[in-house]
Design a protein around this ligand. Structure first.
Ligand code: URA
Length: 210
């Protein structure tokens, strides 16, 4: 596996992912689990955020203590499934700025088509965390990151729930500077670009739109 992939193997993450994979898991449970798991993934993806010392007055005395340094991180959700991860990450980093990239996958060509792009200012000065639950072919993610880089983003992390080896390879080739965080890397893609064994269509499962 590529060096720039971190598999978050925390037991709670792995347990919740297994329940999410289960066909019998309801839409409500799937959504709740995605929110919970995204908080755990957010903990890992934010592990190396820079800190700076500040002075704080406790009830007993003054001390130097660390707080997050620099501009607020930017969370970029790749619509629509990214929003399922976004909620939990925002819960953990509530001051983050939020952007949206609307790219859908043309079912015939599997190529990304853009329909929306709105991101926070000064992307180049922020840690940018791109969220999308499924890293499948990697075409959508790579295209979204192309656009974010064109908008100035430099310090980028990609956060997903599940990845396919094909998607990891595509991203590593297109954006070797972007570390990937995921709960698991599955076996392969099927001929429709779905991850196997996977969990199905993440957007459909979280919004009940099958
Ligand atoms: N998108 C999904 O929601 N699921 C997959 O398996 C692949 C892409």
């Amino acid at each position: 596996m590529s060096d720039n992939v971190t598999i978050v193997d925390h037991p709670l993450v792995q347990h919740k992912l297994t329940v999410m994979r289960d066909l019998a898991t309801s839409t409500a449970s799937f959504r709740r689990l995605l929110r919970e798991i995204s908080m755990l993934l957010a903990y890992e993806v934010s592990r190396d955020l820079p800190l700076v010392e500040t002075t704080v007055e406790t009830p007993l005395m003054e001390m130097e203590s660390p707080v997050l340094a620099g501009k607020k991180p930017a969370l970029i959700s790749i619509l629509r499934a990214g929003n399922g991860l976004l909620d939990g990450v925002l819960e953990l980093i509530p001051s983050a700025r939020v952007g949206f990239v609307g790219l859908y996958r043309d079912e015939a060509t599997l190529e990304p088509v853009e329909y929306y792009f709105k991101v926070p200012s000064e992307l180049g000065a922020r840690r940018v965390i791109v969220v999308d639950p499924m890293l499948a072919t990697g075409n959508t993610s790579a295209a979204a990151i192309d656009k974010l880089k064109a908008a100035g983003a430099r310090d980028i992390r990609f956060l997903c729930l599940l990845a396919a080896p094909e998607g990891v390879a595509r991203m590593s080739e297109a954006h070797p500077d972007v570390p990937i965080f995921t709960a698991a890397v599955d076996e392969k893609l099927n001929d429709k670009g779905y991850i196997l064994p996977g969990l199905g269509d993440a957007g459909d499962r979280m919004y009940g739109t099958q």
